[in-house]
Design a protein around this ligand. Structure first.
Ligand code: SF4
Ligand code: SF4
Length: 167
């Protein structure tokens, strides 16, 4: 009996008070996907392959340095040559399920061809859909949006001298 009375006169009012208090608090969650939290500037998301602004040609020369530097063995490519003898990637694939988004591929690339962008919404309903092909990775031409590279480049280039000898 005493336990029932305690619940009616103490526990329930405390619970109601807690609910009412929370109703006037700012919510800690977001109404995703309608509202999105801005990502940190150095966030590394889905990869993209860049093109030259001058003529839209592919920057990647299929040198293989990105694949060699990848600790997750997530990059596969096959080279080919154009009629003018220019090397390019006939096949270029990234397994986004293997990728740990370390950014080593971007750092290793001598052509500034591969970047990790800020896209994080690439959920899929089948494992095969996480193998991103060149068609998926190469930025559209003509561009449908401004290149992200000007924004990303200064953020990702670490000044090692400054880091090791700050003063
Ligand atoms: S993305 Fe860069 S590092 Fe990778 S194969 Fe192409 S040019 Fe070489
Ligand atoms: S971000 Fe890292 S793990 Fe992912 S493909 Fe590039 S090097 Fe490999």
């Amino acid at each position: 009996m005493l336990r029932v009375l305690k619940e009616i006169f103490i526990a329930i009012p405390i619970g109601m008070f807690t609910v009412l208090k929370q109703m006037f608090h700012k919510p800690v969650t977001l109404n995703y996907p309608f509202v999105k939290e801005p990502m940190m500037p150095r966030y590394r998301g889905l990869h993209f392959l860049e093109r030259y602004d001058s003529d839209g040609s592919e920057r990647c020369v299929c040198c293989g340095l990105c694949a060699a530097s990848c600790p997750a063995d997530a990059i596969y490519m096959e080279p080919a040559e154009t009629e003018r003898g220019e090397r390019y990637a006939k096949i270029y694939e990234i397994n986004e399920l293997r990728c740990i988004f370390c950014g080593f591929c971007e750092e290793a690339c001598p052509e500034e061809a591969i970047f990790l962008g800020r896209e994080y919404e690439f959920a899929a309903d089948h494992r095969d859909k996480f193998i991103y092909t060149k068609d998926d990775l190469l930025v559209k031409w003509p561009r449908t949006k401004p290149s992200e590279v000007k924004f990303l480049r200064p953020l990702r280039r670490v000044d090692w001298q400054q880091e090791q000898h700050p003063h």
